[in-house]
Design a protein. Structure first.
Ligand code: FES
Ligand code: FES
Length: 127
């Protein structure tokens, strides 16, 4: 299977690899797994008081498409509000990276990771 140039670029030069302290109240953590293949993605967002995502980092144990999808979303979410970030759809990711049908679930993992991180943030901040 041939990877698109964008996948290879993100795979070879992943953006924003790493993590933040999950106990920091401004940090949201989304950890999701793909039942189909066992790959795991951890996405962390650093969120300002106004709900704007100031920074994002990821660690992905998975295939090239999963790594590229998570790298891409760390770039996309920065500067967005959490309400805007949850509107990012796996179809946008798959289209940007030109993922073939068998790799669509890798982009779903990235969409799910954003939603999981935002849910974590809302849980942390619900009084
Ligand atoms: Fe093995 Fe995704 S199926 S890395
Ligand atoms: Fe399973 Fe990519 S996340 S093959």
């Amino acid at each position: 299977m041939a990877y698109s140039e964008k996948v290879i670029d993100h795979y070879e030069n992943p953006r924003n690899v790493g993590g933040f302290d999950k106990n920091d109240p401004t940090v949201a953590t989304g950890m999701v797994g793909a039942p189909a293949c066992g790959d795991v993605m951890k996405l962390q967002l650093k969120i300002g008081p106004n709900g704007i995502i100031e920074d994002a980092k990821f660690k992905t144990y998975g295939c090239g498409s999963a790594i590229a999808s998570s790298s891409l979303v760390t770039e996309w979410v920065k500067g967005k509000s959490i309400d805007e970030a949850v509107l990012i759809k796996n179809t946008h990711i798959a289209e940007e990276l030109a993922l073939p049908p068998v790799k669509i679930h890798c982009s779903i993992l990235a969409e799910d990771a954003i939603k999981a991180a935002v849910a974590d943030y809302k849980k942390k901040h619900s009084a």
